[in-house]
Design a protein around this ligand. Sequence first.
Ligand code: SF4
Ligand code: FES
Length: 362
Amino acid sequence: MAEEKKLFKVTIDNITIEVEPGTSILLAARKIGGDVAPPAMCYYSKLKGSGGKCRTCLVEVAAGSSADPRPMPTLVASCRTNVMDGMVVKNITSEKVIDARNGVVEMLLINHPLDCPICDQAGECSLQDLSYENGKSTTRYEFPKRVFEKHDLGPYIQLHMTRCILCYRCVYTADQLTEKREHGVLDRGDHSTISTLLNKSLDNEFIGNVIDVCPVGALTDKTFRFKNRVWFTKPVDAHCNCTKCSGKVRLWMRGDEVFRVTARKDKWGEVEEWICNDCRFHRKDVKDWTIEGPSKIDRHSVIGQGHYVGVKKTPVLIDKVIGKQPKLLMDIHDISDVNRPEIHLSQIEGPAHSDDFQKKDK
Ligand code: SF4
Ligand code: FES
């Protein structure tokens, strides 16, 4: 009989789970889900060596393990710290963590412009979400932000370095998906830039994936840029018989028009399967695809706001985190005549109006 694997017990924000030895605190927290999972701007589970750059995933370790229950002296990067048996971790229940995360966001926004209304990534930008949750309305930084010219990385990708937060995800993607490194980070500190070194075009067959891993609007798809706002498009899952990749994609459509093709992403915003440039940039006709149905959008982005069937709700963990039932927990659907979850806006012809929401049983 196979020997049973010993699991480690870890408590994160008062919720205890068991995970395999070698699991990072971040991945253990993702098993619990919801707000207990720290945000991650540089870690990417599909990219070896990623993480440890942005510090958005900092957590407090209140007890190191059952063998040595002393707290860790500083906050640690949860993507780079593995759980120990009996470890006690605080994420949203720690004031120190919230304070540090606010500081990290302030630091990331020192150079990142706050021009979301004119950025192509608006509505699906991890930094936009993070700054809503942890940002301040003002900055203490008095110097001008770094500004760069836009730069074409080959025929399909545009780099706007002004928006880059130097997470290195695109560098690892190019390293690990393509045959040779074609771009990287040049210089140090405030002078660091993503560069194609000898201005080499990035025309590898899988290089388009750098657009999907970029957490901000620094790398954008030149075949889609500014053609539409992402929340006006409707994402559907589709596939084709591609000889280079799995052919499993997400189409971003308006009517019968395919505006953009991307890889499918999971609930942590990570690519499920890498796709090739042909699928991404050249198959923009609906006839190229077999449509499977509306995509399940389960992040809290504006894209999911009321549009689609199959939206997965974030688990409500508040009672477990605070250790008691909150005095008041209001479900908007119970008290509003307009918010009716059984009505799917994607199934209504044209724009919805009040008639669509009138209770027929009244
Ligand atoms: S371009 Fe995007 S993916 Fe690449 S390092 Fe900058 S922020 Fe990260
Ligand atoms: S996600 Fe952990 S340091 Fe960036």
